[in-house]
Design a protein around this ligand. Structure first.
Ligand code: ADP
Ligand code: ZN
Ligand code: MG
Length: 480
């Protein structure tokens, strides 16, 4: 018997990202998400006989952008191929993909652990292909309804080498990839809408021995589930190997509720895709100038934003890292900071309360429902003393629940801070009158008594009293 520690986990990921082009890959139908079923379709994406595809040039541009920002070499000579298989949501019974001449080859993405150690995960290839439609299973009447709005939406598939050795590394790789795709603006990567999904290949082997046979878990679209699925498979495969079982190549699905994988198909019915060059499309030839031009126009990447934040806004490296880890955070930070001129306060909101709420709701940063303008206004309202920071937190909750202008929220709720001297004085006198013991305690040197008195005054005003004025006035009265 050997122990668990003798085994090494090996993971390779095939990531599908929907490209955010306005139109589909081979026709001019809209790629908009969430439309009424079968309203974004035409003879081409529904595979009417005789309909001919025309390649959307933007798709090539976006894929080249993705390749360049993941250190790939771009192939000047590329083509599309037919991948044949039958599935009810695939009207042509083949998918137009790329087989032996993908657009991008041999890149890498760098990931970092908590201690700043970095590691390269190599990328084997990135190719372009079309998405399939969607089957909506009808639980009541049985059967399935097919929606072809998504058929023909452009995808890139990013295939990694099996360089990932823990579920944590897989998570970091995926998050890094997602952030790159968002920074270069080729995909919104909304996992909840299926814009980013991964096939997860997992095997185990003893260090120094050849790689084990992989299990492939299909179509995963949550970071958490991917980590759980990898950990589950690792455990299970080690136990199987230890018990003398041979691992066979299988395709699995993950059940998030049960927390386990189950078999979809084994190697026996592995697909033979009978790839061949797509005869209805011409080959793709890219000039050096074309590639060079895309390279020169890539947007600012996280590394450079990070440097800028450290220099211009005096953030620490860790703080800057936090912001650029998500393009949504980074964009809000820049925009809100620009408006309210208090970058540090914007950072603090993002880093503390906003992150906490996102966590509680299991939201991604790009699901923040309010605008950078809203956040800037919240900061300004606190900075100019209109509301206290504790009221600010309540305003933030409102922004998440029902986003509207913070000014409107505090008016509606009557949350404006009391900064009127006579009103504050009235409360201070009342609280002092009701708490003679605290006065005595304070005079006897117990500083805690002051905090208690301020607390009472806050209770009295439902948290709306200006805390600085309260403190000053209590001190003035107590020292009389
Ligand atoms: P397929 O389309 O048959 O799944 P691909 O070549 O597209 O094949 O993808 C194979 C994926 O599996 C790659 O991401 C690769 O890194 C990964 N992979 C290959 N061998 C192993 C292995 N032994 N263990 C884990 N992952 C592997
Ligand atoms: Zn169409
Ligand atoms: Mg695969």
């Amino acid at each position: 018997m050997s122990s668990k520690e003798d085994y090494e986990l090996v993971v390779g990921l095939e990531v599908h990202a929907e490209l955010s082009t306005k139109t589909k890959i081979f026709c001019s139908c809209s790629t908009e998400f969430g439309a009424e079923p079968n309203t974004h379709i035409c003879p081409i994406c529904t595979a009417m006989p005789g309909a001919l595809p025309v390649l959307n040039e933007k798709v090539v541009e976006y894929a080249v952008k993705a390749g360049l920002s993941t250190n790939c070499s771009i192939s000047k000579d590329s083509k599309n191929d037919r991948k044949n298989y039958f599935y009810p949501d695939l009207p042509k019974s083949y998918q137009i993909s790329q087989f032996d001449k993908p657009l991008c080859n041999n890149g890498y993405v760098e990931i970092e652990d908590d201690f700043g150690n970095s590691k390269k995960v190599r990328i084997l290839r990135i190719h372009i292909e079309e998405d399939a439609g969607k089957l909506n299973h009808n639980e009541y009447s049985g059967g399935s309804l097919v929606d072809l709005n998504r058929a023909g939406v452009p995808l890139i598939e990013i295939v990694s080498e099996p360089d990932i050795n823990s579920s944590d590394e897989a998570d970091r790789y995926l998050k890094k990839l997602k952030s790159i795709l968002q920074y270069i603006d080729v995909s919104d990567c909304k996992m909840q809408e299926g814009s980013l999904r991964a096939d997860v290949n997992v095997s185990v082997h003893k260090k120094g021995e050849p790689f084990g046979t992989r299990h492939e878990i299909k179509n995963m679209n949550s970071f958490k589930s991917i980590q759980r699925a990898i950990d589950y498979e690792k455990e299970k495969q080690i136990i199987d190997v230890e018990n003398g079982k041979t691992i066979t190549q299988e395709t699995l699905r993950w059940d998030d509720f049960e927390g386990q994988t189950s078999e979809m198909r084994d190697k026996e019915d592995a697909q033979d895709y009978r790839y061949f060059p797509e005869p209805d499309l011409v080959a793709i030839r890219l000039s050096d100038e074309y590639i060079e031009d895309i390279k020169n126009n890539l947007p600012e990447m996280p590394e450079s934003r990070k440097e800028r934040y450290i220099k211009e806004f005096k953030l620490t490296e860790k703080e800057a890292n936090f912001l650029v880890s998500s393009k949504a955070f980074s964009d809000i930070f820049e925009k809100a900071g620009e408006i309210c001129k208090n970058y540090k306060a914007v950072f603090n909101w993002l880093n503390s309360d906003i992150s906490r709420i996102l966590n509680e709701k299991e939201f991604e940063p790009e699901q923040i429902p309010f605008s950078a303008e809203n956040l800037a206004e919240l900061v300004t309202l606190i900075d100019n003393g209109t509301i206290s920071s504790s009221i600010g937190k309540k305003v933030l909750d409102e922004l998440f629940e029902n986003p509207r202008e913070p000014k409107k929220i505090i008016e509606e709720k009557g949350w404006i801070q009391i900064s009127d001297e006579s009103a504050i004085k009235e409360v201070v006198m009342k609280v002092l009158q009701n708490n003679p013991q605290s006065i005595a305690d304070f005079k006897a040197g117990k500083d805690k008594a002051l905090a208690f008195l301020i607390g009472q005054a806050m209770k009295e005003t439902k948290g709306k009293a200006n805390p600085k004025m309260l403190t000053d006035m209590f001190l003035a009265e107590l020292k009389k």
